[in-house]
Design a protein around this ligand. Structure first.
Ligand SMILES: Cc1cc2nc3c(=O)[nH]c(=O)nc-3n(C[C@H](O)[C@H](O)[C@H](O)COP(=O)(O)OP(=O)(O)OC[C@H]3O[C@@H](n4cnc5c(N)ncnc54)[C@H](O)[C@@H]3O)c2cc1C
Length: 469
């Protein structure tokens, strides 16, 4: 490297250190490239700092609180259960988020990835300018991977403030609200509704569509709705959020539902109606990068843009805005840069909502398979038939397999609802990724008693020889 008026030369440079960027940087380094990563705010990106990880920490806290309040089924009673939310937040920040982000920083250093603090933008197809706090530096590169992620969308009438929260604000509240409205019942809104409902907040979800958790199968969503109902969560569907009027100690949310104008007085309103890619201030047009609608970057099946030296991964490219998709694309792009013949294949991309109960899907759903005119068999195994689920007092849910109807019984898709669905779905992802059939799974010996056995049981049922059903 030569420091001075000239550009510093970089081999591969990654912009953004989220689950897309840091994984790309490490894999590129493992492939023998000299790598630098540029990050303007926080190592770990949205996911580790203000997304996946802190939300799961608060979800766990909500579950602990509920278990403390009510474990009478196990013969455990409790009195004077209290929650110190400042302590919850401190635990989340210091013991979960910080530990993980420091760990990622350590991994980058261990892999000899140079970390550059600052905001990057393209000058042209081989040059970047990085603005640090009090300095600016130009870099030239052979390959750049754009992994700048996304940010919450603001809607008219709901300007983000102390009372009108985005997901980051909702994750960092210093108090448990008495009342909260949530505009948008997607997975982020539903997960955060679960957090605060479990902590005792009176929640109203205003969803513009006919159902919350759009995209997940109806029978799974119904289970979540049932649990929300039990916690007193009010779900208003086909609702149009109009305006938030902030006062000194609260906010009035105006909305329209069933043709009527309504309003709701709450402590906070959380708006989770989608995310926008961070591509607008990157100088991509100066580099000649072709864009799609809504600020997304057009890439091929290796993550390469129309400009051969520029690649893009994660929330800035089409597809579900999910951390594991970003990390997967990161490995493909980094290996493609190293000359490997790799390409993305999203057949086994899971989608998980950490609601109560958890719901997860991988591969085809029944309706997607039918849309493709596939001849399928649908098999559902209830969690109630599983010994481990019974011993956990968590029998709500099922495993569903979508297999070919022929004698091959190839697994095309799967849905899991219930405790640990987020983990159980992984085996089914592996099965789909490997082209396995129901017999492969049914003949795999599963430890007993375990929730994983539900997958084996479902596979046996798909073959027509269920033992536990
Ligand atoms: C509340 C919440 C919960 C979520 N839960 C889950 C979940 O359970 N599972 C899941 O899979 N996904 C979840 N997500 C989505 C997940 O966080 C994103 O899909 C993921 O973070 C995208 O990764 P990324 O690497 O593309 O971008 P990001 O994680 O957004 O990282 C991008 C990074 O780039 C940096 N950056 C941006 N512009 C520049 C620039 N010009 N120069 C330098 N640096 C820049 C940013 O500071 C940021 O650190 C959740 C999101 C939210 C908000």
């Amino acid at each position: 490297m030569v420091v001075g008026d000239f550009a510093i030369e970089l081999d591969t440079v990654v912009i953004g250190a989220g689950p897309g960027g840091y994984v790309a940087a490490i894999r590129a380094a493992q492939m023998g490239q000299k790598v630098a990563i540029i990050e303007k705010e926080y190592i770990g990106g949205v996911c580790l700092n203000v997304g996946c990880i802190p939300s799961k920490a608060l979800i766990s806290a909500g579950h602990k609180y509920q278990e403390s309040l009510d474990s009478t089924a196990f013969g455990v009673t409790s009195e004077n259960v209290k929650i110190d939310f400042a302590k919850t937040q401190e635990w989340k920040n210091t013991q979960v988020v910080s530990k993980l982000t420091k760990g990622v920083e350590g991994l980058l250093k261990k892999n000899k990835v140079e970390i550059l603090d600052g905001e990057a933008f393209f000058v042209d197809e081989n040059t970047l300018r990085v603005m640090g706090e009090d300095n600016a530096q130009t870099y030239s590169f052979n390959n750049a991977i754009v992994a700048t992620g996304s940010r919450p969308v603001e809607i008219p009438g709901f300007k983000f403030s102390d009372r009108v929260l985005d997901s980051t604000g909702a994750l960092n509240l210093s108090e448990i609200p008495a009342k909260m409205a949530i505009v948008g019942g997607g997975y982020i809104g539903s997960e955060l509704a679960g957090v605060y409902a479990n902590l005792g907040t009176e929640i109203t979800i205003l969803e513009g569509l006919p159902s919350i958790l759009n995209g997940f199968d109806k029978d799974m969503v119904k289970l979540v709705e049932k649990n929300f109902k039990a916690r007193g969560v009010n779900i208003v569907t086909d609702a149009i959020a109009k305006e938030a009027v902030v006062s000194d100690n609260g906010v009035t949310v105006k909305y329209e539902a069933k043709g009527e104008e309504k309003s709701l007085d709450v402590d906070y309103v959380l708006v989770t109606v989608g995310r926008r890619p961070n591509t607008d201030e990157l100088g991509l047009e100066q580099a000649g990068v072709e864009m799609l609608d809504r600020g997304l970057i057009k890439v091929d099946n290796q993550g390469r843009t129309n400009v051969p030296s520029i690649w893009a991964i994660g929330d800035v490219v089409p597809g579900a805005a999910l951390a594991h998709k970003a990390s997967y694309e990161a490995k493909i792009a980094a290996e493609a840069i190293a000359g490997k013949k790799v390409a993305v294949d999203y057949r086994a991309l899971p989608a998980v909502a950490f609601t109560d109960p958890e719901i997860a899907s991988v591969g085809l759903t029944e309706s997607e398979a039918k849309d493709q005119d596939l001849d399928i068999k649908v098999t559902k195994f209830p969690l109630g038939g599983n010994g481990r689920a019974l011993s956990l007092n968590a029998t709500e849910g099922f495993v569903r397999l979508i297999t070919t109807k022929d004698d091959d019984h190839v697994i095309l898709g799967a849905q899991v609802a219930g405790i640990s669905a987020s983990d159980i779905i992984a085996e089914l992802g592996l099965a789909i990724e490997s082209g396995m059939n129901a017999e492969d799974v049914a003949m795999t010996i599963h430890g007993h008693p375990s929730l994983g056995e539900t997958v084996m049981d479902a596979a046996e049922a798909a073959l027509g020889f269920p033992i536990h059903m």
